[in-house]
Design a protein around this ligand. Structure first.
Ligand code: C2O
Ligand code: CU
Ligand code: CU
Length: 482
């Protein structure tokens, strides 16, 4: 078995490593070697400084999912990726209440699904692992977009979500309200979708190594709308609305503009009740979104500051990486400065969910075991919820549509896990402000409480949105009864 085969195959199973004693050091070296070659990727060889391209809008009723080429390397070498409609962005824009009817063609060599992350679609349109579209097959997704907000879509096939997303599959989906108070003020907006591919020394998407399976892929390139360190030109002083989407597999984004404050106006599920006080930085966990308003009076670099999400060792001497500060985007104000737009005091109303009828505890655990059997070293990696790995044939519990539940997400692991629930949005308890969310970060040792009332009947998934953890079992499903 060559290295690529070994790493790819190993990803399917919990027995991620099975090799004899003499093969051990060799394989370890190979994996360390891959790490090094990946970091050897010289940023100077990556195209940067180009004007930021807004994601191309998906027009028409067809979405093709197929291999494509990305152009990141300055020497012109293309990177082989998987993309929605060629990789130009494939932004889906809908009005609240509008119906999306889309034929999806799967031209990948394996099954996939399209999950409309954060959009409260019927369970049979949700793109969860039960409804795979086979290779060379197609299906129609049809749903009404019920709530305005910043969403995105990505693959959700059984045990392959992390691999497919790592190859490039992620795109934005914006649902607009007819009476959006910020749009009414004429505030310009920009969609910034972040991804973090890991390229090898040839500029190709690298297969996952053990560290990445355990900790999630952080990537060695941080891209905005598929571009490395692009430049966004804006009128000086004018208020801009930025919709930030963390579409990376596992990279935590602690974002900060050098010379500008951000006023958060929205979260996963649309606008907040009122703008928050200005802040210099914010944390965007994998799959989370925020909307912020920013006025730029001087050139300003958006930086991703170091963030320690915790770390699990592969038990074979791999080193915890030191988080670095990375330049993500450059904003350049142009023209004579104009005045910023005063934001409305009130954005919309959000009713707090009432008293919970049911309390559930969801305990996140991880287990890594090395064992010797039959002269072989075996490593088992399990990521679990309430002591169990995801099983497609098991329904973890049932709930009732419309009934408020209190979920306590108890993180008993050594690292952060962004917890996500499909279907209706939830409200994080003890949070500093009221918001509709579908993904919330849980820190190592932390318990996060949230309230949720699913609006519709059907099967709903919940999982860690470090996609590698989802694939390795940190996922469950529950049946919502009418
Ligand atoms: Cu964005 Cu079940 O995921
Ligand atoms: Cu989702
Ligand atoms: Cu996780």
């Amino acid at each position: 078995m060559n290295r690529r085969q070994f790493l790819t195959n190993s990803f399917y199973t919990t027995i991620a490593l099975s090799l004899n004693a003499c093969g051990k050091s060799q394989t370890h070296e190979a994996m360390t070697g891959m790490n090094t070659s990946a970091t050897r990727l010289n940023p100077k060889n990556i195209i940067s400084g180009e004007p930021l391209r807004p994601p191309a809008k998906l027009t028409g009723a067809v979405l093709n999912i197929a291999p494509a080429q990305a152009h990141w390397l300055a020497d012109g070498t293309p990177s082989e990726v998987w993309a929605y409609d060629g990789g130009g962005g494939s932004l889906i824009e809908l009005m609240e209440g509008e119906t999306l009817r889309l034929t999806v063609n799967n031209q990948l060599p394996e099954p996939t699904t399209v999950h409309w992350h954060g959009v409260d679609v019927p369970s049979d349109q949700d793109g969860h692992p039960h409804h795979a579209i086979n290779s060379k097959d197609s299906r129609v997704y049809e749903f009404i977009a019920p709530d305005a907000g910043t969403y995105w879509y990505h693959p959700h096939p059984h045990k392959r979500a992390s691999i497919q997303a790592a190859r490039g599959l992620a795109a934005p989906l914006i649902v607009r309200a007819a009476d959006d108070p910020l749009a009414a003020l004429g505030i310009a907006e920009h969609v910034l979708l972040f991804t973090a591919p890991q390229l090898d020394e040839h500029g190709q998407i690298a297969p996952h190594n053990m560290d990445e399976q355990m900790n999630g892929r952080d990537g060695n390139l941080l891209l905005v709308n598929g571009q490395h360190q692009p430049v966004l030109s804006v009128p000086a002083g004018a208020t801009q609305r930025l919709r930030l989407i963390n579409a990376s597999n596992a990279r935590y984004l602690r974002l900060s503009f050098e010379h500008a404050d951000m006023v958060q106006v929205g979260s996963d599920g649309g606008l907040l009740t009122a703008p928050l006080p200005a802040q210099r930085e914010l944390l965007l966990a994998p799959a989370e979104r925020v909307e912020v308003c920013v006025a730029f009076t001087q050139a300003s670099t958006l930086k991703a500051l170091p963030y320690d999400k915790g770390w699990m060792s592969d038990g074979m001497g791999s080193q915890k990486p030191t988080p670095q500060t990375i330049d993500v985007l450059r904003v350049e104000p142009t023209g004579q400065a104009v005045a910023a737009t005063p934001l409305p005091k009130q954005l919309r109303s959000i009713a707090p969910l009432g008293e919970a009828k049911i309390t559930r505890q969801l305990i996140l655990t991880e287990k890594m075991e090395m064992s010797m059997a039959g002269g072989q070293h075996n490593m088992t990696m399990d990521f679990m919820i309430n002591g169990q790995k995801f099983d497609m044939s098991r329904t973890d519990f049932t709930a009732r549509a419309g009934e408020v539940e209190l979920w306590e997400i108890v993180n008993q692991t050594d690292m952060d896990h962004p917890f996500h629930i499909h279907g209706s949005h939830f409200q994080v308890q003890d949070a500093p402000y009221l918001a509709w969310k579908d993904t919330v970060n849980t820190r190592a040792g932390q318990t996060v409480r949230l309230k949720i009332a699913q609006k519709h009947a059907g099967l709903r998934m919940f999982h860690c949105h470090i996609l590698e953890h989802e694939d390795l079992g940190m996922m469950g499903q529950y049946e919502v009864k009418p």
